[in-house]
Structure formats: structure tokens, C-alpha cells
Design a protein around this ligand. Structure first.
Ligand SMILES: [Ca+2]
Ligand SMILES: [Ca+2]
Ligand SMILES: [Ca+2]
Length: 339
């Protein structure tokens, strides 16, 4: 992160340097252009001087050829050629001209020498400018190299950032996994808590001393009402319901023994197969799992005297076995109510 920031600052500094170098190079270029214009101007001067010399050296001047040459000259190389040609022309003039005055020739020679010196000065100046430009170019190349190195550094930073991002993504995924795991544990704990609460309620009910209504008998967490009257199974159940209870459901051996001990005669219990013959069910809907039949149920044994036997009674002799009988028989009943 910090390295990336430093790189940005360094890049900005390099950009400033480059801009400065470019501006300096442009200045040099402008300066060189001016020098070139001066050189061109000097060249024109020299050309004119040459023309003048040629005109002087020839009685019948036809300098169109030389003029076309002068117009074509645009470089320092050509300038040198023309200077040389001028000098040669001057030599020729000295040899062949017998008519030109010595004073005029001397003046022309002075002018040429001056022009030549001026041209040499310009050439030196241009060479210096070229050296400066070369130096600027070297500087620019170095800056470019530095930029390329920095660019590589940025590339490394990007790789590092990508790596950091990968690490962070992995951490995030791990955290999410842990969160899911913790959520599952919380659900399990909540479920356990619900179970514990129910168990606690049950224990509290068990530990509380039973307060059964007057005339009801108590066993464990249930209250029992033993009727003194006799009625059909259906009417017996109706009476229990009127009392806020129902016919007894025998769901433990202890209860079976207890009830057997308190009855004086055959008594209705809350068991029947009225809905589906042979399929015995308690009146609270629970299926029959532990039974105490003895050679029963026989559904009347096919004897018309007994008819269809769909309701269960608790027999009053030892063991208190169960038997199926007609539901319309009149018997006492036992109601059970959870305390
Ligand atoms: Ca019971
Ligand atoms: Ca039956
Ligand atoms: Ca029977």
C-alpha cells in the first residue's frame, strides 16, 4: 500500500522532470531553428557574393546556372561546397582577370573571409546546440529507463495487491464458514434449551404435591374418579368429559396394578375398536402398545348372545385382565385427569 503511494509520488516527480526536459529541448530546437535561419541568411549572402564574383570574373555574365545552384542550397554540407567553390572562383579570378582593380579584389576577399568566419561561428554554435540536444536526449532516455523500472515496480505492487486480496477473500470465506458453524451450534443449543425447559416443566409437575379433587384418587401425576353408577361405555365417557377428564388410559404397569386394586367389579376403560374391527386404540388417539388381555379380545367369539364386542373392560379378579364386551353393557367406569 505504502509502496504504491510512493510510486505515484515518484511518477509525478518523473513526469515533472520529463516536462522540464521537453521544454528545454523545445527551447534548444527553437534556438537551433533560429541559427539555421541565420545560416540560411549567411548562405544567401555568400551566394550573392559569389554571383558578384562570377559576374566580375566574366565579361559576358551568364550566371543562371550558379543561381539555380544557390537556390537549391539548404544544408551545412552544401554551404561548405559553395564556400570551396567561391574560393576556387576567387583563385580563377586572380589568374585570369587582368582588368579588375586590385582594391576591389581585396575588398571582395575581405568580405568572403568575414562571411566564412561568420559561417564557421554559426557551425560551431549549431554543434554546441546539437551537443546540448544529445545531452537532453540522454537525460530523456535515462528518465524513460527509470519509468520502465517503476512500471515494473507497479506491476509487482499489483501482484502484491492481488495476493492480499486473495488472502482477504479467503479470510472472509473462513469467517463465513465459522459464522455458519456458530449459527448451527446456536440452533442446536436452542433446541437443547427447549428440551431442557420441557423436562424442567415435567419435573416441576412431578415434584408438586398432587391436589386431586375430593372423591378422586391419586397416583403419580394423575387423578382417578371411580363411578358408583353403571352406564354404557359411551355414556361413561360422556360423564368423564363433563368432569373435565376422560375414560382412563392405562400406560404403565403401575397404573394397571393400581386400578385393578381399587375396582369392585368389571369397569370401563378408555380402549375400543369401534372404528376399525381388531384395531384397538386409546381414546386419546394413542395406539395400544402394552396390553393385558387374557385369551381376549374375541369380539364375542361369534356367539350372537354376546354380539359385536368393541369396548374394553378391566376385570375385577386377580391380575385385572382386560376383556372386550358390547359397548351398550352397563358398567361403572374410571375417569382419569392429569393433575
Ligand atoms: Ca393413564
Ligand atoms: Ca371388536
Ligand atoms: Ca370378549
Amino acid at each position: 500500500m505504502f509502496r504504491h503511494h510512493d510510486s505515484a509520488a515518484e511518477l509525478s516527480s518523473i513526469k515533472d522532470n520529463l516536462t522540464e526536459c521537453l521544454r528545454a529541448a523545445e527551447d534548444k530546437l527553437t534556438s537551433v531553428s533560429e541559427e539555421r535561419d541565420l545560416l540560411n541568411s549567411s548562405l544567401t549572402q555568400l551566394t550573392e557574393e559569389m554571383d558578384r564574383l562570377q559576374r566580375l570574373s566574366k565579361p559576358s555574365p551568364s550566371s543562371s546556372e550558379s543561381r539555380s545552384h544557390g537556390a537549391a542550397v539548404v544544408s551545412l554540407g552544401l554551404l561548405s561546397v559553395f564556400l570551396l567553390a567561391g574560393l576556387v572562383g576567387l583563385g580563377v579570378h586572380h589568374h585570369h582577370s587582368a582588368r579588375g582593380s586590385a582594391a576591389e579584389l581585396s575588398s571582395i576577399k575581405d568580405n568572403l573571409t568575414e562571411c566564412l568566419r561568420a559561417a564557421e561561428d554559426k557551425l560551431t554554435s549549431v554543434s554546441e546546440e546539437r551537443d546540448l540536444l544529445n545531452s537532453s536526449l540522454t537525460q530523456l532516455t535515462e528518465e524513460m529507463d527509470r519509468l520502465q523500472r517503476l512500471s515494473k515496480l507497479n506491476h509487482d505492487s499489483a501482484a502484491e495487491l492481488s495476493s492480499i486480496k486473495d488472502n482477504l477473500t479467503e479470510c472472509l470465506r473462513a469467517a463465513e464458514d465459522k459464522l455458519t458453524s456458530v449459527s448451527e451450534e446456536r440452533d442446536l443449543l436452542n433446541s437443547s434449551l427447549t428440551q431442557l425447559t420441557e423436562e424442567m416443566d415435567r419435573l416441576q409437575r412431578l415434584s408438586k404435591p398432587k391436589t386431586c379433587p375430593a372423591g378422586w384418587k391419586t397416583l403419580s401425576s394423575s387423578c382417578y374418579f371411580l363411578s358408583s353408577r353403571s352406564d354404557s361405555w359411551e355414556q361413561s365417557r360422556e360423564d368423564c368429559r363433563d368432569k373435565g377428564a376422560d375414560l382412563v388410559v392405562i400406560d404403565s404397569l403401575e397404573e394397571q396394578k393400581f386400578l385393578s386394586s381399587i375396582i369392585k367389579q368389571r369397569t370401563w376403560i378408555g380402549l375400543h375398536d369401534r372404528v376399525d374391527e381388531g384395531s384397538w386404540k386409546w381414546i386419546d388417539g394413542t395406539p395400544l402398545t402394552q396390553a393385558y388381555w387374557d385369551s381376549q379380545p374375541d369380539n364375542g367369539g361369534g356367539d350372537p348372545q354376546w354380539g359385536e364386542e368393541d369396548c374394553a373392560e378391566l376385570v375385577d379378579f386377580a391380575g385385572g385382565n382386560w376383556n372386550d364386551v358390547r359397548c351398550s353393557d352397563l358398567k361403572p367406569w374410571i375417569c382419569e385427569n392429569l393433575a
